[in-house]
Design a protein around this ligand. Structure first.
Ligand SMILES: [Zn+2]
Length: 268
């Protein structure tokens, strides 16, 4: 059985091995703050726990930022780590009842935190976000966030507001972030994305009007790119990259030739 031990936004790995440590190793490294819980079923499962955010790497262990480590993990570790990260953070931030304020405990019957004082059950929160491939003829709309590695771009994305349909969120986000109106909104696929608790819902859409403007605080730049002149874009495990690869393939470009952005992967 392998282990997902989180220390804040870092994942603890066996030094040099590049994959998850065994449960025995991880238990030996943990300072004891973490409560272990199972993620997944049968052979495809791991035990996960949240160590102190101040956890210092122990002998034989290393800790890496979660976003930096994801491209390095083989399946099924990658899917399990995404799920474990979501649940570990939810357990850490749901330790007190939102109704009466008493201490909660993991429910033995549900994937929920239970309040013995008032009976409230708090289930894990999933926050839907839309992510969109917008095209105009041979061009794709990409934006540069302050959070992206220098010089890198990605498709536009944003959270769904309460009371909003996914399609309305696509129209609003694209117009807010770029000034562009879209039509022909079609479902593409989805991906769990635990930063901190999203479900990314991918769509394709087509330019319907408007001029590019960038008044959004989140984006440094937004622009149109052709398939043969793409800037560095996200790595292949992300739905963002799947949306971009779909565009390049349709325009006769091999996605393998598109530059991938690099995050610092040094242990810390
Ligand atoms: Zn309560």
């Amino acid at each position: 059985m392998k282990a997902c031990l989180f220390a804040g936004d870092r994942l603890v790995l066996a030094a040099g091995a590049g994959d998850l440590p065994s449960l025995e190793e991880a238990k030996a490294w943990d300072a004891g703050e973490g409560e272990w819980f199972r993620v997944g079923d049968g052979a495809a499962s791991v035990m996960a726990a949240q160590a102190s955010p101040r956890w210092k790497p122990a002998q034989g262990a290393t800790a890496m930022g979660l976003r930096a480590v994801l491209p390095l993990l083989p399946e099924p570790s990658l899917s399990l780590v995404l799920t474990a990260a979501h649940l570990a953070r939810w357990r850490r931030t749901s330790r007190f009842c939102g109704v009466c304020g008493a201490r909660t405990r993991p429910s033995p019957r549900h994937q929920a935190m239970h309040c013995a004082s008032c009976g409230h059950l708090a289930f894990p929160k999933v926050s839907p976000a839309v992510i969109v491939q917008v095209t105009r003829g041979r061009e794709i709309l990409l934006g540069r966030s302050h959070r992206h590695p220098q010089g890198s771009y990605s498709v536009l994305a944003g959270f769904v507001d309460p009371g909003e349909s996914l399609e309305a969120a696509v129209r609003r986000e694209i117009e807010e972030e770029s000034g562009i109106r879209v039509r022909d909104i079609r479902y593409f696929g989805s991906q769990p994305w635990p930063f901190p608790d999203s479900l990314m819902v991918g769509f394709t859409a087509v330019y319907a009007g408007g001029d590019l403007r960038n008044e959004d605080d989140e984006l440094e730049d937004v622009d149109w790119f052709t398939a043969d002149s793409l800037p560095p874009v996200p790595p292949s495990y992300s739905i963002a990259r799947a949306l971009i690869d779909d565009f390049t393939r349709r325009h006769g470009i091999d996605p393998a030739t598109v530059p991938t952005w690099q995050r610092a992967t040094r242990p810390r």
